[in-house]
Structures are given as C-alpha cells and as structure tokens.
Design a protein. Structure first.
Length: 166
C-alpha cells in the first residue's frame, strides 16, 4: 500500500467508507460463501483472497456508506444467484442497508453533473458524495482516476490487490 493510500485509510477511518457496487457485491457474496468469490459470474474478476483484503480494509472503518444507486445495483447483480445462496445474500444485503449510512442524491442532480454522460448515474452520485465524508473504494480504474484528479478521496482496490499478490 502506498503512503498516500495508508494516509487516506487513516484519515477516513473515523469518517467512513463508500464501496462501489462491485466491492459491495464482493463483500456480500463473500460473507455468505467465500468460495463463491471467483465462481459467481459477477465476481469472476476476484479471488477469495480479494474478499480477505476487502474485509481487512472495511474493518478499519467505523461507518459504511451506501447510496440507493449502489444498493440497487448490488441487489440486481445478486439476483443472478440462486436458491439458498440468493436468499442468504439478500438477507445480508438487508442487514447491510440497516447498518450503513445512506446518502441520497436526487437522480436529477446527478444527471446534471458533468460525469453523468461519461460514467452514468451511480458513478456521478459517487462523485457527488465522495469525500463528504466517505472515502471511496472502487475497482473502476477510470472512475478512480477521475475522482483523484478532482481531489476526491479515493483508493483503487486493484492497487491493494496488486500489492497483496506480490
């Protein structure tokens, strides 16, 4: 982990963390069945060890933030699961929604943001609420670069993965 990333984790540990939809899905499915990480189509980019890294990062934070847009994406993606695993994941999503602090940004406000056309609704909302107060953790390289270039506190989860795998 770079010194800048370590500083961000330390500064925002008491303020909060906002996970993108892919990472919240990883957290949810991994919590239900770690062995599904990498097997489930929507998590094929991850290995079970990535879930371990994510758990270690999330454990550092007092508050987890969520937006309705991210919650909807995670619910839709988890809907591709089946049987008992799907039921368990939806229970975990519900628990997460109750435990998280929800930040609501009106869709019309996000649609007026300049990032909407390039990144879509969810990522425009992430930009609007990132740093106010949460640190954003994402696997989306273009989003991470854009947020960083605009002074928003962000860590690209792939950097943490890369350092772990070395």
């Amino acid at each position: 982990m770079s010194a800048e990333e370590a500083d961000l984790l330390n500064v925002y540990a008491g303020k909060g963390l906002l996970l993108d939809a892919n990472l919240l899905l990883l957290l949810t499915v991994g919590t239900c069945d770690r062995e599904q990480v990498g097997r489930f189509k929507r998590l094929s980019m991850f290995a079970p060890e990535d879930f371990d890294i994510l758990i270690a990062v999330v454990a550092r934070f007092r508050n987890l933030y969520i937006t309705p847009n991210i919650a909807t994406e995670v619910s839709n993606l988890a809907g591709a699961l089946s049987g008992k695993l799907k039921e368990h994941c939806f229970r975990v999503i519900a628990e997460s929604l109750h435990a998280a602090t929800e930040i609501v940004v009106a869709s019309a406000v996000a649609a007026d943001h300049d990032l909407f056309v390039e990144f879509g609704l969810t990522d425009a909302v992430i930009h609007i609420c990132g740093g106010e107060p949460p640190l954003v953790l994402t696997v989306d390289f273009p989003l991470a670069q854009t947020l960083a270039s605009r002074g928003r506190p962000v860590i690209n989860f792939n950097h943490l993965r890369y350092q772990y795998w070395q």
